[in-house]
Ligand binder design. Structure first.
Ligand code: COA
Length: 620
């Protein structure tokens, strides 16, 4: 409870704070201890007492559409394709890598990962890896649910779904009679699809667009779809498929970054498109005229390969954090890069029956809903303000040389960047992995600390409205005088050290399982289960403010030149993921154009200024 109050202090008014302090006092006397005991008992009975509370709160109960609001998009290093054979060959190798990984999972030989720092070598829970292939989210009228693979059934027929020009094909990749398809066989199946889909006389119904709708609407449409047996079978095939492979078409240059002057570092182009454009493709597909219907957003892993060599992933987040997905794809990519490309001679094995194309039965009411979904998703895509920004002045090598944790340093830069724009700090989320615990997922590193606020204020001295003011309260006469507090570099460094120490403390608390968000969530749910309703602690204004993350961040470390991004989690907020490399940091900043107060490029510019002045402060 005292940590909760400490979190609130820098982000709420004194009045709100005092009110909550009283509520906390009452709660701590009653029913707090009883609810705490309820959770302790639950811990004895379950593998992970928090897991379902967390899963529902974070994903299953959230009615927002998956693209932009929930599913992250990941861009991997672009390939060079000259012909359609190159596309099919690369895709076949990815699928082959997925199948090899599936065999590894089935054999039970997936190596145990261990913590690399802070109580090093502790084993990490591997459950997320087993949920990546063959799982799917299901929409529900009240609440979503998950379709998870049967891990015991290792020998059943396996297939993938390939989407091409909004057509869906089921490609069997392993079966009793034929065993696992070879890379060449997968290649020939994909080549068939790439030549079949463009020749079809009529466009298929764009059923995939329904999966981009708000969850409760999609749940109703899902029920209507299931009224026809053929659709039931299609949906079952999609749910059970190992992955979805989306063979995409190029996005127009309108999706390129609207960057700021001096940010040439962000303009990594392939042809006419930059990295921002590629990220749009992975996050939402570019709209109904482009690839958004070439998706099934409920599917855990959608691997996307575009005809211009751009490729990446859109993944449904409820089964796993980004780290497991990144590791899987990077491993496959590294293997692919080790094998030379075969000479394509145009001859492909023909002995397999062609893949089955899925046909849908669309009732008239669903046809209308698809048209509505089309308008809705296009509008939401237009509203996404996204910017991939590479900061290239330095990376984690410089930060480590300053004897600061790179993650802590970047979090403080994010705070300073926000303060520079708005003159205050806001509730900030950073995901901290809690995989040291069985079924552990994440807790929340709350980076907007009082110490960060003091430092940010001091760093902005002399900057317009954000000038630091001090009043001398000891002397009555002096109390009316306002003096400008000009901090020298040494004082600023001291304030930085204090803020960094506090941020490190919060980070370590979280990764070792001593964060506050999971216990608070537990107490909230316990209050409902035991007392019949939420305690006032969980309905008061401060709780709302603390849980409205106007800055939602996470580190997604990749070893290749890749990055992952997502939209803001609240209409007036920012999303900001980052990937620190030795000599640069890649940021994916997002906001909504409809929020008059936010701008992805302005925030990126402020981030650049913040990182520059932090280097000036700490150099040498
Ligand atoms: N001085 C010098 N070096 C330091 C240092 C210091 N004071 N503190 C840390 N370092 C070094 C570390 O030893 C490490 O070195 P390495 O690159 O050789 O391994 C490196 O800096 C990075 O450490 P740090 O920045 O402190 O953090 P981290 O890599 O442990 O990451 C979290 C911190 C919170 C991001 C991480 O624990 C985590 O939870 N990651 C998962 C986040 C997640 O789930 N993201 C996906 C969301 S979809």
């Amino acid at each position: 409870m005292s940590e909760y109050l400490r979190v609130l202090k820098p982000i709420v008014t004194t009045q709100h704070y005092e009110r909550t302090k009283n509520i906390v006092k009452q709660f701590s006397a009653h029913p707090g201890p009883k609810l705490h005991q309820y959770l302790v008992d639950k811990r004895e009975a379950e593998d992970n007492w928090a897991y379902n509370y967390w899963l529902n709160d974070m994903y299953m109960d959230i009615p927002l559409p998956l693209p932009i609001n929930s599913n992250p998009g990941m861009v991997l290093p672009p390939r060079k394709f000259t012909t359609v054979h190159d596309v099919a060959r690369f895709a076949a190798r990815i699928i082959d890598g997925i199948l090899e990984h599936k065999e590894l999972l089935d054999s039970g030989n997936l190596p145990q990962e261990r913590a690399a720092s802070r109580e090093k070598n502790q084993p990490l829970c591997m459950a997320q890896y087993y949920r990546l292939l063959g799982s799917c989210r299901r929409p529900g009228i009240e609440q979503d649910s998950q379709f998870l693979p049967d891990l015991q059934n290792k020998n059943e027929t396996q297939h993938i779904i390939v989407c091409c020009r909004n057509q869906m094909y089921c490609v069997v990749v392993k079966a009793d009679q034929i065993g696992k398809l070879s890379e060449d066989e997968i290649f020939s199946q994909l080549l068939y699809i790439l030549s079949d889909a463009p020749c079809l006389p009529k466009l298929p119904p764009m059923v995939g667009l329904l999966t981009a709708e708000p969850r409760r609407l999609w749940a109703k449409d899902h029920e209507t779809l299931l009224l026809d047996a053929q659709n039931c079978r299609n949906i079952e095939l999609i749910e059970k498929s190992l992955i979805l492979l989306c063979l995409d078409e190029l996005l127009p240059p309108a999706f390129n970054a609207r960057g700021f002057h001096g940010a040439s570092s962000s303009a990594h182009f392939t042809g006419d498109r930059d990295e921002t454009n590629m990220a749009h493709e992975m996050i939402h597909g570019g709209g109904s005229e482009c690839n958004t219907a070439n998706r099934w957003f409920d599917k855990t892993m959608q691997i996307i390969i575009c005809n211009d060599g751009t490729w990446g992933l859109c993944y449904e987040h409820s089964t796993s954090e980004g780290i497991a997905v990144v590791l899987l794809l990077e491993q496959i990519l590294n293997k692919i890069d080790e094998i030379p490309s075969p000479e394509e001679n145009g001859i492909t094995p023909q002995h397999l029956p062609p893949p089955e194309r899925l046909e849908w039965i669309i009732r008239p009411e669903l046809e209308k809903r698809i048209q509505q979904a089309r308008r809705d998703v296009d509008k939401r895509i237009e509203d996404l303000d996204f910017y991939v920004y590479r900061y290239q002045a330095y990376g984690k090598n410089f930060i480590k040389s300053c004897k600061v944790s790179p993650d802590v340093y970047i979090q403080l830069a994010l705070q300073l960047a926000y303060y520079k724009l708005y003159g205050f700090l806001v509730s900030t989320y950073e995901s901290a992995s809690t995989r040291r615990f069985l079924l552990g997922r994440v807790d929340c590193i709350r980076s907007a600390s009082s110490e960060a606020l003091e430092w940010a204020k001091a760093m902005c001295q002399g900057e317009g409205a954000n000038v630091a003011l001090e009043s001398d309260k000891e002397d009555e006469e002096n109390s009316r005088k306002v003096s400008f507090s000009i901090y020298n570099k040494e004082q600023l460094r001291e304030l930085f050290r204090t803020a960094a120490t506090r941020q490190t403390e919060i980070m370590v608390q979280n990764i070792l399982g001593n964060g506050i968000d999971i216990p608070l969530l537990g107490l909230r749910e316990a209050s409902r289960e035991v007392e019949g309703d939420f305690h006032e602690l969980f309905t008061d204004e401060c709780y709302k403010i603390a849980n409205c993350f106007l800055l939602s961040t996470s580190q997604v470390a990749c070893t290749t030149n890749s990055f992952m991004g997502y939209g803001p989690v609240t209409p007036r907020g920012y999303g900001c993921s980052y990937n620190p490399h030795p000599n640069e940091i890649i940021f994916c900043v997002s906001a909504f154009y409809s929020a008059d107060i936010t701008s992805a490029t302005r925030y990126a510019k402020s981030l650049q200024d913040s990182l520059d002045i932090m280097r000036d402060l700490l150099e040498n």
